[in-house]
Design a protein around this ligand. Structure first.
Ligand code: HPA
Length: 277
């Protein structure tokens, strides 16, 4: 009997291979409220997560769970409409299972998106921040436990998780389309409570520009597996204590809705070029 986490991944792989033989080049994870991006894809097949035996299914409103397989400007993409979060109570290995599964299916690039709270004072609700580095220290590391050699090495290097060339593609697309793009460090905390003002002050002192409840663990697992990773955070609100407003999930979804048209151009055009990068 092998590692139970790896066995589960292989079972999910077997299961999805009975449903589709699609081989994606790019895997895209859509964050809170950003799921409508999937409408841009020339859909070949949609597979609800619940059709995949053992696959973690999200419980958060705004995170309709399905894989969309299709083409975007000639690039074969798999898009996750909705992701699972650690705060829902899943084991951290389940949270990164989808990224590993998309890699097994063929995806060499993982494009992560999320909604976040802005800490850097240059950011405001609706800003986009390309993730150039991360702080994982406040979330469980998804590689804890016996290393599965088939997935990657025991002590993977994390000095350049966010692929330089992919970041260049995103920068270029933003410039050419007149989309303001910030760059910075993203930290994942577990949630589900938003941070306290004191926690935000701490993160600011640590050099964190934006904070959220996802992305970093997926980036670590993908880097471990040898995927090229990039990410864009959509700032939904100023982080706790930086504005007089209380934080709500509705506000996060509203900011995402407002940012959607710019977000769509940025992601769509970047993915088209990543097929060639
Ligand atoms: N904190 C954590 N996660 C978030 C936030 C925030 O302020 N906004 C959107 N997701």
């Amino acid at each position: 009997m092998g590692d139970p986490r790896y066995e589960k991944l292989l079972k999910c792989y077997e299961c999805i291979r009975k449903i589709t033989d699609f081989e994606p080049e790019v895997a895209l994870v859509l964050g809170s409220g950003l799921g409508n991006f999937a409408d841009n894809i020339d859909v070949k097949q949609a597979v609800p997560y619940s059709d995949i035996e053992g696959f973690p299914v999200s419980t958060v409103p705004g995170h309709a769970g399905q894989f969309i397989f299709g083409e975007l400007g000639g690039v074969r993409v798999v898009c996750m409409k909705g992701r699972v979060h650690y705060y829902e109570g899943y084991d951290i290995s389940d949270v990164v299972l989808p990224a590993r599964l998309m890699h097994l299916m063929g995806a060499k690039i993982l494009f992560l998106t999320n909604a976040s709270g802005g800490i850097n004072m240059d950011l405001h609700a609706g800003s986009f921040m390309m993730i150039t580095d991360h702080v994982s220290s406040f979330a469980p590391n998804p590689l804890i436990g016996p290393n599965v050699e088939e997935l990657g090495t025991r002590f993977p290097d994390m000095s350049e998780v966010y692929d330089r060339e992919l970041c260049d593609v995103i920068r270029t697309v933003a410039r050419e389309n007149d989309i303001e793009l910030h760059e910075g460090t993203y930290a994942q905390l577990t949630g589900p409570s938003f941070e306290s003002p004191a926690e935000i002050r701490m993160l600011g002192k640590l050099g964190v520009d934006a904070v959220g409840m996802s992305t970093v663990v997926e980036a670590i697992a993908a880097n471990h597996a040898g995927m090229r990773v990039c990410g864009i955070s959509c700032v939904a609100n100023l982080a706790a204590g930086l504005s007089p407003n209380k934080l709500t999930h509705e506000e996060v979804q509203q900011a995402a809705n407002e940012a959607a048209p710019r977000f769509t151009v940025l992601i769509r055009e970047a993915i088209k070029r990543m097929g060639r990068a």
